[in-house]
Design a protein around this ligand. Structure first.
Ligand SMILES: Cc1ncc(C[n+]2csc(CCOP(=O)(O)OP(=O)(O)O)c2C)c(N)n1
Length: 666
């Protein structure tokens, strides 16, 4: 609180007119008054958690006012001022916080965890850091479309310790993306003070390390924030590049309301209270005779009325009525698959060539498709799938990336938010762990949370049998098949690989596309030369028989074929799943009901693999038809060893034949 009515912040209004100054004031006042109301409601138990931005309004408001309304802004949990300055009707915000349908997430996510294309706002996910890489992707789209727009993203100083921050800044700098990275340094990350968070004077100095201009601004001085950000935004629109801005400010309330501020020294709190951005600015406007007492009362009355009316609307809104179908339907964006029939002209292609051809033809078909990955441009990727692509499509659409899986998955998400398509080549499927968070938390959940598709395909060169050891051999599809929101495709043949990849790219949902490295150059097939698509979610029945159903995918399909070829007397249905999520249970159940015996072969180690769930599904749906227990054959429960003899022992392949015969003999 200011003890006198004199402003303690040295404002320089430059050439700002009174109307703008009053607008800045009103825009700061509104979130402050909303928050004060929310604190009352919180105490009354009428809303859940609250993250306060009191004392930090000048940053949200100044930055948002410096941007054009059609430019994307990516706020965090203390940026109510961003939402109100973009003039979101308050009742929609209130409904959001009460988990009601007129909010932005149909009650599926809380507080500020939402985005809205209508207002060009992309809200955070809880993990904080991913926002920064998403901003890169949005800015990349704006750069590629020559839109001359700036994208702004916020982080707290705590969030700057996450890897995402460093990856996102580096990518933005290497690609010269038009992003304003805004750090709100408010002294504490939950209870952690800055000296336990980082070991340098100003976080802005980190910009230098990334080859980026950076600035420190007084985050409590609305005029400084607004005028400087306006200037920077204008400059970036003309000359695209990233800029890092550190706003010095202070968190005046607890991390969230319930947690309090006991650990914050009182003197520090008092010192910052004197720098309150709203009270000081109000005093200044009065000193300058820009704001009268009467005007102030009128402005406050109008805001109070607006808050109360809109709150009433939200309270009057009926609570969400749960509906199982609605929930399930919203996990994926609906996709109207259009079968494009293959041309009759074919050529014998290896799996790797078929994938390359499908990808190339998808690039020709979709002008807005961008491919990103390590060493994929001139070098053609480590497996040479994108060899020659740069010559045909240029480096803007075939993008070499730094080694930063998280930021690239996030950038792919950003491209999708900006209406583009992205394919990311994971150099080896094993490395997806370095980008795991945005895959399972951002891509997978965004359609369910706020109706935002993640039009992204991640190509996953995977699998063993190539003597490459524990970190270049894994087949990690099970990490993703259990995550609602992702599709998982795993072809075993060139024809399927090409047609399913083109579909995966057409599908607006996130697809993990597994490509078995050992099959790349060993499996050949006649493949149509023109563009075609195949439906995701349909298994293919490779052999038909009566005695047993063999279910597999990827390399396992070829092991099964070899075994069945060597045992011609075994009459088996052989099902190649092709797609693991969604799963073609209809084909599986029909086969099991016919043969009454089933064996599932997977290359992954046993526990928690897709075979386990398949087994459970078969048991639940076909129990009465089974003449033998469902058998799973999988690799050993160890990491994948390097040397041939050990790897061979590890692999499920060597145990399949015996297990198959045991199922038949049961
Ligand atoms: C990956 C991850 N780790 C930890 C948390 C828990 N958490 C939420 S906010 C927060 C503090 C963030 O501090 P800062 O980035 O400075 O933002 P502030 O809350 O101060 O505005 C923490 C630790 C989280 N949400 N996500």
């Amino acid at each position: 609180m200011l003890t006198s009515s004199k402003s303690l912040i040295a404002y320089d209004k430059k050439n700002l007119d009174d109307k703008t100054l009053l607008q800045l004031y009103k825009n700061m006042l509104k979130p402050r008054m909303i928050e004060e109301k929310m604190l009352i409601l919180l105490r009354q138990g009428k809303i859940s958690k609250w993250f306060s931005g009191i004392g930090q309004e000048a940053i949200s408001v100044g930055v948002t006012m410096a941007m054009h309304k059609d430019e994307y802004i990516l706020p965090m949990h203390r940026n109510l001022g961003v939402f109100t300055t973009r003039e979101i009707p308050l009742h929609r915000l209130f409904s959001q916080w009460q988990g009601k349908a007129n909010g932005f997430t149909k009650g599926r996510d809380r507080s500020f965890h939402f985005g809205t294309q209508e207002f060009n706002i992309v809200g955070m996910i809880s993990h904080l850091g991913p926002q920064l890489g998403v901003a890169d992707g949005i800015a990349l789209a704006s750069l590629l479309k020559n839109k001359k727009q700036v994208t702004t993203v916020f982080t707290g100083e705590g969030g700057t310790s996450e890897g995402d921050f460093h990856e996102a800044l580096n990518v933005a700098s290497v690609w010269q993306l038009p992003v304003m990275f805004c750090i709100e340094n408010n002294g504490y990350g939950l209870s952690t003070p800055t000296n336990e968070q980082y070991h340098c004077k100003d976080l802005a100095d980190r910009g230098k390390g990334y080859g980026m201009e950076s600035f420190v601004l007084d985050g409590n001085n609305i005029i400084e924030v607004y005028t400087k950000m306006q200037k920077l935004a204008a400059s970036i629109r003309k000359r695209p590049r990233p800029i890092l801005i550190e706003f010095k400010t202070f968190r005046m309330r607890g991390h969230e309301e319930a947690s309090g501020t006991k650990y914050v020294p009182k003197a520090l709190m008092q010192e910052w209270a004197k720098k309150d951005p709203l009270e000081n600015f109000q005093a200044y406007l009065k000193e300058q005779r820009i704001l009268s007492e009467k005007q102030e009362v009128a402005i406050k009355d109008a805001i109070t009325l607006e808050i109360n009316e809109h709150l009433q609307m939200a309270f009057d809104e009926a609570p969400i009525v749960p509906n199982v179908e609605t929930e399930l339907n919203d996990v994926y964006k609906s996709f109207d698959f259009k079968a494009i029939k293959p041309d009759s002209k074919t050529a014998e292609l290896r799996l790797i060539d078929a994938i390359s051809q499908g990808l190339k033809q998808a690039m020709e078909k979709h002008d807005d498709l961008v491919i990103m990955g390590q060493d994929i441009a001139e070098y053609g990727g480590v497996f040479k799938i994108t060899e020659g692509f740069v010559n045909q499509f240029g480096k803007a659409r075939v993008r070499n990336t730094p080694i930063c899986e998280s930021a690239i998955v996030e950038a792919a998400m950003g491209l999708s938010i900006a209406g583009m398509k992205a394919v990311m080549e994971m150099q080896f499927a094993d490395f997806v762990t370095s980008g795991f968070n945005p895959v399972v938390n951002y891509l997978a959940k965004s359609h369910y949370r706020w109706n935002q598709q993640a039009d992204v395909v991640i190509r996953m060169p995977c699998g063993g049998g190539v003597a490459a050891g524990p970190f270049h051999s894994q087949t990690n599809e099970a990490w993703f098949t259990k995550t609602p929101g992702l599709k998982v495709v795993y072809p075993a043949f060139p024809y399927d690989a090409k047609g399913l990849l083109t579909t995966a790219i057409e599908d607006p949902n996130p697809v993990l596309f597994f490509e078995h490295k050992a099959l790349y150059r060993s499996i050949r097939q006649d493949v149509p030369l023109e563009y075609y698509t195949l439906p995701i979610g349909e298994a293919s029945v490779l052999r038909e028989g009566t005695a047993v159903t063999v279910i597999s995918y990827g390399a396992g399909v070829h092991w099964a074929l070899e075994t069945l070829d060597a045992n011609e007397s075994i009459s088996a249905d052989l099902i190649d799943l092709r797609s693991l999520q969604p799963l073609d249970t209809e084909t599986i159940f029909a086969s099991v009901k016919k043969t009454n015996r089933v064996i599932i072969l997977q290359e992954d180690s046993l526990f928690g693999g897709i075979a386990s769930d398949l087994s459970a599904l078969i048991m639940e749906h076909c129990f009465e038809y089974l003449d033998a227990p469902v058998k799973r054959v999988a690799s050993m429960e160890t990491p994948i060893p390097f040397v041939d003899q050990l790897e061979e022992q590890y692999m499920a392949k060597g145990r399949f034949e015996e297990a198959l015969k045991a199922v038949l003999a049961y």
